[in-house]
Design a binder for this molecule. Structure first.
Ligand code: ADP
Ligand code: MG
Length: 268
């Protein structure tokens, strides 16, 4: 008798264990085979990536790796040449409204209106997402509290420090309760203490709210405590794993060394 025919009888004899497929968490995003070229420049070359809720994933790549291009595609600003993106099962191409509704984004270029107050900036965003009336006040208050920014509510953005401006952008991105927060070099131009502060705030939200985070950067030191590191180089994912595993596989002794070995062909 063929082995395959025996299998059902054997399985039904013992206690039924949950299958690993059934217990795997549903990905917040499933990216499959994305490619994107600008003329002759191939910015993304077959990027596949699946992210889980409640995990802080670093997208580590040198300048020009394709990080911003990936984010522009994920947020529907650009269309990929090929490949697909699903956000909580919703296909970005077929059902962009459903897919984009569950994404929050902080772009590489700061995008607050400097002459408006913090509250005015957030109120405008709330309106775009259909949050109105009393709910809007509450949503603004709650978002600011997440980043310890309640006191800045009536201040013009221009008067805030760079780090606090970034916190306001992150708070704004969370107002629509996204399942996945995309952050494109959110610490650019900030001093090390402000960078660390932002990482700590976001890490806490990942744990407390089961939020998925994809944090793009080329600064290795700020993502050493990430749950997972995905290295993007010349439009390709060339390494993916827990920081300790990435270091061990590279033969280097630090994540910085692993990153240099992977992207510049030298160990440190
Ligand atoms: P990163 O964000 O990792 O620095 P980008 O996605 O900005 O990388 O860029 C990836 C590659 O695509 C680079 O070679 C860059 O010069 C090129 N590129 C990015 N945006 C454009 C664009 N709008 N037009 C032409 N080339 C672009
Ligand atoms: Mg970029």
């Amino acid at each position: 008798m063929p082995i395959a025919a025996e299998r059902p009888a054997r399985e039904s004899a013992g206690p039924k264990l949950p299958s690993p497929v059934m217990t795997a968490p549903v990905p917040v995003i499933a990216i499959d085979g994305l490619t994107k070229s600008y003329g002759k420049v191939r910015a993304l070359d077959g990027v596949s990536l699946s992210l889980e809720p409640g995990r802080f994933t670093a997208l580590l790549g040198p300048n020009g790796a394709g990080k911003s291009t990936l984010f522009q595609i994920l947020t529907g600003l650009f269309v990929a040449d090929s490949g697909s993106v699903r956000v909580l099962g919703a296909d970005l191409a077929a059902d962009p409204t459903a897919a984009l509704a569950r994404l929050g984004i902080v772009f590489q270029q700061p995008s607050l209106d400097l002459d408006l107050t913090v509250e005015q900036n957030l109120a405008y965003h709330a309106g775009l997402h259909g949050i109105g009336g009393r709910r809007r006040r509450d949503a603004i208050e709650e978002a600011l509290a997440l980043f310890g920014q309640s006191e800045t509510r009536r201040q013009r953005v221009r008067t805030l420090s760079g780090g606090n401006r970034r916190k306001i952008e992150m708070a704004r991105a969370l107002m629509s309760a996204p399942a996945l927060l995309l952050l494109d070099e959110p610490t650019q131009g900030l001093d090390p203490a402000s960078r660390r502060d932002l990482v700590l705030h976001v890490s806490r939200l990942v744990r407390e709210r089961d939020l998925g985070v994809l944090w793009a950067t080329h600064i290795v030191s700020e993502v050493e405590a990430a749950d997972r590191v995905v290295v993007l180089h010349r439009g390709r994912v060339i390494e993916d794993g827990a920081p300790a595993d990435v270091v061990a596989r590279s033969g280097a002794s630090t994540l910085e060394g692993a990153f240099l070995a992977l992207t510049q062909g030298r160990a440190a």
